[in-house]
Design a protein around this ligand. Structure first.
Ligand code: PMP
Ligand code: GLU
Length: 399
């Protein structure tokens, strides 16, 4: 008997962010004092009004299947959010709610991709984009970007990488892991080139609210009616409302795409958790004060982290304008050794930082950028102080 798995399984890597987070958790459970800079989630509790809404829904018996694409109440709240915050008008049939934005993206790629369809993904990228595309038999086409250009793609890049097989371009601003935020002018230049081209734009806007030093958020979908017709906006409540465990994400876009996603969801998930949907209604419709509070804390932590990183010899770092990650270039440390082990790449560095300095970071290799590591500042200022001191001592002790 030779029982085999699907061919695609062998081509997909486990999520690097989740793997490091799991390892850090494991060491902590063993009683090791690990400082965790791997977390891709705010360290704040979910705001009380949101938890109360979930309890109320539970007690009111909202414990049954809902409409596959999301409850009418939540779709309405998403509609109102997109109108209020982004000036984007969608009907209920142009919206879907899924089990987290990661699941939204997966369902979306399921709806869009045929075998061999090319998906343009600017690097550094969020870990899951290329692997999702591979899993669905599409072809991830990576567009490299440079720190000097704020890790942004240009029209020249698009001209170079666009082929007749290109089906989708993924944009993520503010970006994970680089923290880059596209200005309106830069987005407009991309939109002018992309308009009427035969491809979809997937705009992952999950870090929309995490902006620093006066940076402004713009969605490419806002730039014209025509570009909006090619764009699927992806967002969710995980980051803005510190609701990562609740698993609610959503998308808005052309009706045929959203209908296809809803059919797929009806045959796969059935519906996102009813109670989590009720909580997400409160997150979107209720007081937004928790978002502002969180943002103030993140600004302070970001400033501290960026300034400190600049004091570590061998490390260079741009100060990110958005999201909650610093993404320093650590390649000057490669070739050096720690405890007799040579550091050849970001994986070696991350592993040694964890075992020798008890500091968990995500290696840049997972984001398609091996010269870098990702440090999340979704952690208390005290943790950040201690973690960065460990990093500095570690770097100074390398020979
Ligand atoms: N997109 C990006 C860029 C992310 O960093 C994340 C965080 N994991 C997601 C999507 C998915 O978020 P979630 O599934 O928690 O809604
Ligand atoms: N988006 C977060 C991160 O990049 C959460 C983990 C994940 O879903 O990959 O760390």
């Amino acid at each position: 008997m030779s029982l085999s798995l699907a061919d695609t399984v062998g081509k997909v890597r486990p999520s690097k962010t989740l793997a490091v987070a799991a390892k850090a958790r494991e060491l902590r459970e063993q009683g090791i004092d690990v400082i965790n800079f791997s977390a891709g989630e705010p360290d704040f509790d979910t705001p009380q009004n949101i938890k109360d809404a979930a309890v109320k829904a539970l007690q009111a018996g909202q414990t049954k299947y809902t409409a596959a694409g999301g409850t009418p109440e939540l779709k309405k709240a998403v509609q109102a959010k997109l109108q209020r915050e982004n000036g984007l008008t969608y009907t209920a049939s142009q919206i879907i709610v899924n089990a987290g934005a990661k699941h939204t993206l997966f369902t979306l790629f399921q709806a869009l991709l045929n075998d061999g369809d090319e998906v343009l993904i600017p690097a550094p990228y969020w870990v899951s984009y290329p692997d999702m595309v591979t899993l669905l038999r599409g072809k991830p086409i990576i567009i490299p970007t440079e720190a000097e250009n704020n890790f942004e793609i240009t029209v020249e890049d698009l001209q170079k990488y666009l082929t007749p097989r290109t089906k989708v371009l993924v944009l993520n601003s503010p970006a994970n892991p680089t923290g880059s935020v596209y200005s309106q002018e830069k987005l407009q230049a991309l939109a002018d080139f992309l308009v009427d081209k035969n491809l979809y734009i997937v705009s992952d806007e999950i870090y929309e609210h995490f902006l620093y030093d006066g940076a402004r958020f713009h969605s490419i979908a806002q730039l014209s009616e025509k570009i909006r017709a090619q764009t699927i906006v992806v967002n969710g409540v995980s980051k803005a409302y510190s609701m990562t465990g609740w698993r609610i994400g959503y998308a808005a876009g052309p009706e045929n795409v959203l209908k296809a996603m809803t059919v797929i969801q009806s045959q796969s998930l059935s519906n996102p958790t009813s109670i989590a949907q009720a909580a997400a209604v409160e997150a979107l419709n209720g007081s937004q004060s928790a978002v502002d509070k969180m943002l103030k804390a993140f600004q302070e932590r970001r400033d501290y982290m960026c300034q400190f990183l600049l004091t570590i010899p061998g490390i260079t770092c741009r100060c990110p304008q958005g999201a909650f990650y610093a993404f320093p270039d650590v390649s000057a440390l490669y070739g050096k050794s720690c405890q007799g082990r040579k550091i050849n790449n970001s994986e070696d560095l991350a592993e040694l930082l964890l075992t020798a300095a008890h500091l968990a970071v995500v290696p840049g290799s997972g984001f398609g950028a091996d010269n870098y590591i990702r440090l999340s500042y979704a952690s208390s200022l005290e943790n950040i102080r201690q973690g960065l001191a460990r990093l500095k001592d570690f770097a100074a002790a390398l020979i």
